[in-house]
Design a protein around this ligand. Structure first.
Ligand SMILES: C[S@@+](CC[C@H](N)C(=O)[O-])C[C@H]1O[C@@H](n2cnc3c(N)ncnc32)[C@H](O)[C@@H]1O
Length: 420
């Protein structure tokens, strides 16, 4: 039997909601790794997946999922949890523990980040008042999460004093301190499987970041409905900064909380406005001239961590091009013309900067120039294909190559819809 990636795509969509045809190498390598792990050929693996054999599903999930993550990722969002959402949730639930969820937690960095916020705010009382649950379909990642031992790469950008407070040195890296570990549990759950759905009205704060970009449209909707149902009244849901528009598409409004888009259960549904921070305007919505961008506001305590969170020093020219792109994304919604100027500057400095081509595509889309948008997307994909999927792309607000590629898919769909 000769199997194609399209055969696998059908299965992965139906089991995990994953749409990975835009990451063909990842898909191919992941399936090969699963065959090797189970010592079966591809046809046998496929037959087992079709029978929903647990070990086959586990091996495939381990092979194909992309688990890039790190501590205090997107510090602006983390600060909104620290300064607004967690204090409000604690005030609402004086009798029951506040439950925070990391949906698609990968190796646990996001869940432990949430737990440090609770510990910072409440000290020892955190163990009475807060629970954090991380879930994922990749059981190897969950095993890493439970072990809680991390290498420096997971702590990139985390200031030394923060590391000293929340991590103990161990032989093979650093381990999250017991007081933080004690707040967190990990489970295998599939975001798009109704039998894995969380009980209704049980979570106060949900982070589901950089997961939905890998799912197909129907699965995004199913996952968001499940997460929204899991929220307690006035509970909050935050997606990755490139994913906010998915909330509106699923009929769940979002509010601007200090520059971060938050869905609040029970709040009136207000339209999502194109974000002013990169990664850019989301696509499903090809930005229009009339849409207003929210003023760029930063949560005050974010600053030191955010500064630290910048990537490793890059050649000066590339950094400058990346800065042009970041400025361009910031003004995209309010002034596509200014964003276009930043694109031109960035490309003059570095024609190979993928984020500049993504910004160019967003600008072109916003101006209805569909052919130019498609051309820019082709350039972006070509440059993204040249780097490892988990590498951070300069100028894209901390997004990885895989995430930006998924974002290109959405822009391409927006261009297609706009052309109809
Ligand atoms: C890029 S990581 C994101 C980690 C973390 N949320 C962050 O933003 O740093 C995406 C994670 O989503 C998980 N995932 C993908 N599909 C899933 C599904 N259907 N149910 C649960 N987790 C899923 C993957 O296994 C992977 O660990």
């Amino acid at each position: 039997v000769s199997l194609t990636l399209a055969d696998w795509d059908v299965r992965l969509r139906s089991v995990f909601g994953l749409s990975l045809l835009s990451h063909p190498a990842r898909l191919r390598d992941g399936i090969d790794a699963a065959c090797k792990e189970l010592a079966v050929d591809e046809a046998e693996l496929l037959a087992r997946v079709d029978r929903r054999d647990r070990s086959a599903l586990g091996a495939v999930a381990r092979g194909v999922t992309i688990g890039e993550t790190y501590f205090f990722r997107e510090p602006q969002q983390i600060d909104v949890v620290r300064t607004q959402l967690l204090p409000a949730a604690l005030e609402r639930s004086s009798h029951t523990p506040v439950v925070m969820l990391s949906a698609g937690c990968s190796s646990g960095e996001e869940a432990y980040t949430l737990a440090t916020l609770a510990r910072e705010l409440l000290g020892a009382d955190a163990s009475n008042r807060v629970r954090v649950l991380g879930f994922d379909v990749n059981e190897r990642s969950l095993a890493t999460a439970r072990r809680a031992v991390y290498r420096p790469w997971s702590l990139r950008g985390v200031p030394r004093e923060v590391q000293d407070r929340w991590f103990d040195k161990v032989e093979d890296g650093v381990r999250v301190v017991p007081q933080v570990r004690a707040l967190v549990t990990f489970e295998r759950r599939n975001l798009v499987d109704p039998t894995d759905a969380l009980p209704a009205g049980t979570a106060d704060i949900i982070l589901c970041r950089n997961v939905l970009i890998y799912l197909d449209d129907a699965s995004v909707n199913a996952a968001l409905q499940m997460l929204a149902t899991a929220l307690r009244p006035s509970g909050s849901l935050i997606l990755g900064s490139a994913e906010g528009a998915l909330l509106t598409a699923a009929g769940l409004g979002a509010q601007d909380a200090g520059g971060v888009w938050v869905h609040t259960k029970g709040a009136p549904v207000a339209p999502y406005v194109i974000p002013s921070t990169p990664p850019p305007a989301t696509a499903r919505i090809a930005p229009t001239r009339t849409s207003a961008a929210p003023p760029r506001r930063r949560a005050p305590v974010a600053a030191p961590l955010e500064r630290e969170a910048k990537q490793a020093p890059a050649p000066a020219e590339e950094e400058t091009a990346a800065r042009c792109v970041e400025r361009g994304f910031a003004v995209l919604a309010s002034s596509p013309e200014d964003a276009a100027k930043e694109v031109r500057r960035a490309l003059l400095l570095d024609r190979t900067l993928a984020s500049a081509h993504v910004l160019a595509a967003s600008v072109a889309l916003s101006q209805g120039q569909l052919e130019a948008a498609r051309r820019s997307l082709r350039h972006a994909r070509r440059h993204l294909a040249e780097v490892a999927p988990c590498s951070i792309v300069a100028g894209a607000g901390g997004a990885t190559a895989a995430e930006l590629t998924a974002y290109c898919d959405r822009l391409a769909r927006a261009a297609k819809d706009a052309g109809r």
